[in-house]
Design a protein around this ligand. Structure first.
Ligand code: MN
Length: 738
């Protein structure tokens, strides 16, 4: 807009008039009359921006005044927000700091201004469309005060209204950002008028020619359209009245932006946008149970009058849209031969459609949907904005934004945003970026600090993934992955890695069956798999290929050819079983009591599982196997995790009885090789600690040596002591149990 050259006095008058307009609007509202602080904020901002002009040539202060006006008169906010709006660009554009604001206007206003300063500018660069949803979430998650978001919206709306005076390249960027981020956000906040205005303004700048063209086409068709509408609607309205319905019928014209949107997405010209205008029928109905059948009665009445488009009926009553929208849409042939859409809704459905989530919540359709966190919050906001009682406004002070607690948003080093489920780790990020990055990931840097793969992330973290070519996917990773995508990719990779082992297991199994003349069948497979508590054929092959289980030959030979052999084939210790039919073991183990693990020269009342090698003192759990024996697993054993998850009732808590028996433990030692170090090591272990060394395996590479030492010990304490003592030997860098 071209501005007339004003004298300084005239300009001053214009500014004062604009501010007084804000003040009058505020005084006419339901809010408390805190005029003094608003006047002070205005004076402060005016002084701070003194001499500065907008690109249009207007005094800068007119912008904060306009934002304050939108906040007050179009959104319905009170004095705190008006002050913050007046001051919103002070920290960013002048030498004043957030502390200065706090000193003059209190902490709350300073915080809001600070929040607005923080989220100003497009932190997401040019990737607006891909990043829009994430940015919206970030905005909502990171802004502690809802007023920050609402004022940001007011600021954006004013910038859009005055976008004409910006440089064209900036216009394009701001318009795009508005369309991708602010308009949808306004929609979700229930600011529908603002949403539509933002959309149309953005569209006007992004596609000026199309905007112009469509506006003209709408105008050109207006006279004919209203005549056609009357011809069309009159018979319907007559008929509905005959049916005794109470209803309201109106013509609804699509906005320029949504017409264009339809043309683009459906690849059709203006003339073929058949729902350019629609007829909306809103009927009154006291009993929600009757709504659906009434909708279909009306539908039937309309299709008696007009020809129905065969595939344009949309039933959003049986299956409402994700945002809660409910209605019955149909398209029929109008008197002029054009298709017309008719939308049928009850009063309740209409309110939901027009007022969004606030109304949705009021009627409370379905609970616990994904939007419910947002709903609760929005309802509160909407209630307060609709009915600004002074005490309700104070409530905004205590209201914190904690949306999307089921999700976090993190940055990559390039500033890209990723949305992940809560509990996601560095490894999830690696897989999210690229599956190869996931496979090779060794650690991460979170906010420039080194962290392990399993480090859990928080919203706003900056995450860098570190990789190594020698890294291979590990089965235990699945325990700390939070995204399904990463888990699936990891499993696929592990399967690929395990392929040769599975093949080997398959051969072993097939040879075993062939040797004993047993046919491969589901029956056999189920028995074998069940016996080893495996879940499928693949797992059986894997265990066989890894030599983790063995199919015994002797049994078959000894026990001739009977079919009942099958059940015995797969026993692990058949001889022991037959000999010792102890009545003690036959007793059912009570899983409600702690099972005392007992071991002496005559044997144990438990057995080791074989997948992990716990020794007395380790944290263990018991699993009652098919033979009613307690199988002991280390708590951190991956197999134990599976058992816990799948066989809950068979799990028993355990306690070690004080024992005298010794167990085998392996200790891994690494260090710098020097003459005499091994002698020192062995001497220390065997003489000083009187420990029984069973196996010693030493490997020296250049100046480094590695040593695996198997010793017989009584419990974990001895091992820990041993490791600590070994570490004290000059040159030893590492000593720990494996
Ligand atoms: Mn601004």
């Amino acid at each position: 807009m071209e501005q007339k050259k004003l004298t300084p006095e005239e300009e001053e008058q214009m500014v004062e008039a604009a501010f007084n307009n804000v003040l009058e609007g505020y005084l006419a509202s339901n809010h408390r009359k805190k005029v003094e602080i608003i006047k002070r904020a205005y004076a402060f901002a005016k002084e701070a921006h003194k001499g500065i002009r907008r690109r249009s040539g207007e005094p800068y202060i007119l912008h904060p005044i306009a934002v304050a006006k939108i906040a007050s008169q179009e959104i319905g906010l009170g004095s705190t927000s008006i002050c913050a709006a007046l001051l919103h660009d002070v920290v960013e554009d002048t030498d004043y700091t957030e502390e200065d604001i706090a000193q003059h206007f209190g902490k709350k206003i300073a915080q809001i201004v600070g929040g607005l300063t923080k989220i100003s500018g497009g932190i997401f660069g040019d990737k607006a469309s891909a990043q829009a949803e994430n940015f919206r979430k970030l905005l909502l998650t990171m802004s502690e005060d809802i007023r920050v978001v609402l004022l940001k919206m007011a600021d954006r709306l004013h910038n859009m209204r005055t976008l004409g005076s910006m440089a064209p390249n900036k216009q394009y960027k701001i318009a795009g950002e508005t369309l991708y981020i602010y308009a949808p956000l306004a929609h979700r906040l229930g600011l529908f008028a603002i949403k539509t205005e933002l959309e149309d303004l953005s569209f006007k700048y992004e596609h000026p020619a199309a905007y112009q063209r469509i506006s003209e086409q709408i105008k050109a068709s207006e006279a004919r359209r209203s005549a056609v509408y009357n011809d069309f609607s009159t018979p319907i309205e007559d008929k509905l009245r005959q049916m005794g319905l109470k209803f309201e019928a109106k013509a609804r014209l699509k906005s320029v932006y949504s017409i264009w949107n339809k043309m683009e997405t459906k690849h059709i010209p203006f003339e073929e946008v058949y729902d350019l205008y629609a007829m909306r029928i809103i009927f009154d109905c006291d009993d929600p149970a009757c709504e659906k059948s009434l909708c279909w009665n009306i539908y039937s009445a309309i299709t008696d009058l007009y020809k129905l488009h065969p595939d344009r009926t949309r039933d959003w009553i049986s299956v409402p849209k994700a945002n809660g929208y409910q209605a019955l849409h149909l398209t029929v042939m109008g008197p002029d031969g054009n298709w017309i859409e008719v939308q049928i809704r009850s009063r309740r459905m209409d309110e939901i459609a027009e007022k969004g989530f606030a109304a949705h919540w009021k009627y409370k359709i379905g609970e616990g949907d994904e939007e419910s966190e947002l709903n609760v919050w929005l309802r509160t906001i909407k209630d307060i904005l609709d009915n600004p009682e002074p005490s309700a406004i104070d409530f905004l002070d205590t209201l914190k934004l904690n949306l999307f607690s089921s999700e976090i948003v993190v940055f990559t080093p390039k500033g890209e945003l990723l949305t992940l489920p809560t509990g996601a780790t560095v490894l999830d990020v690696a897989f999210e970026l690229h599956s190869q990055l996931g496979m090779k990931c060794i650690a991460g840097k979170v906010n420039h600090k080194l962290v392990p793969l399993s480090h859990k992330l928080k919203s706003g973290d900056q995450v860098e993934v570190l990789t190594s070519q020698s890294q291979k996917p590990q089965p235990e990773w699945v325990n700390f992955l939070a995204t399904a995508k990463a888990k699936n990719r990891l499993r696929a990779a592990l399967r690929k890695q395990q392929h040769p082992i599975i093949e080997r297991g398959k051969t072993i199994f097939e040879e075993f069956l062939k040797k004993h003349n047993i046919k491969d069948s589901n029956e056999i497979l189920t028995k074998i798999v069940g016996y080893y508590h495996l879940s499928n054929r693949e797992e059986l092959y894997l265990n066989l290929g890894n030599n983790e289980i063995e199919l015994s030959d002797n049994l078959i030979k000894n026990n001739a050819q009977s079919q009942s052999i099958l059940s015995k084939i797969f026993r692990r210790k058949p001889q022991a079983k037959e000999k010792t039919e102890e009545p003690e073991k036959a007793k059912k183990i009570n899983t409600k009591e702690t099972y005392v693990l007992h071991y002496d020269d005559n044997g144990a009342n438990f057995k080791f599982a074989g997948c992990c090698c716990p020794i007395p003192g380790d944290d263990v759990m018991g699993y009652i196997n098919d033979d009613n024996e307690v199988e002991v697993h280390a708590l951190n054993c991956p197999r134990a995790q599976v058992l816990k998850a799948s066989y809950g009732p068979r799990i028993v808590s355990t306690r070690w009885e004080v024992v005298t028996q010794k167990f085998l433990a392996t200790i891994h030692i690494e260090g710098i090789d020097r003459f005499g170090i091994l002698q020192e090591l062995i001497q220390m272990i065997s003489t000083n600690l009187a420990i029984d060394i069973r196996r010693l395996n030493i490997e020296a590479k250049k100046e480094v040596f590695q040593c695996d030492l198997s010793v017989r010990v009584e419990d974990t304490k001895v091992v820990t002591d041993l490791c600590n003592k070994v570490k004290k030997i000059n040159g030893v860098k590492l000593a720990s149990r494996i």
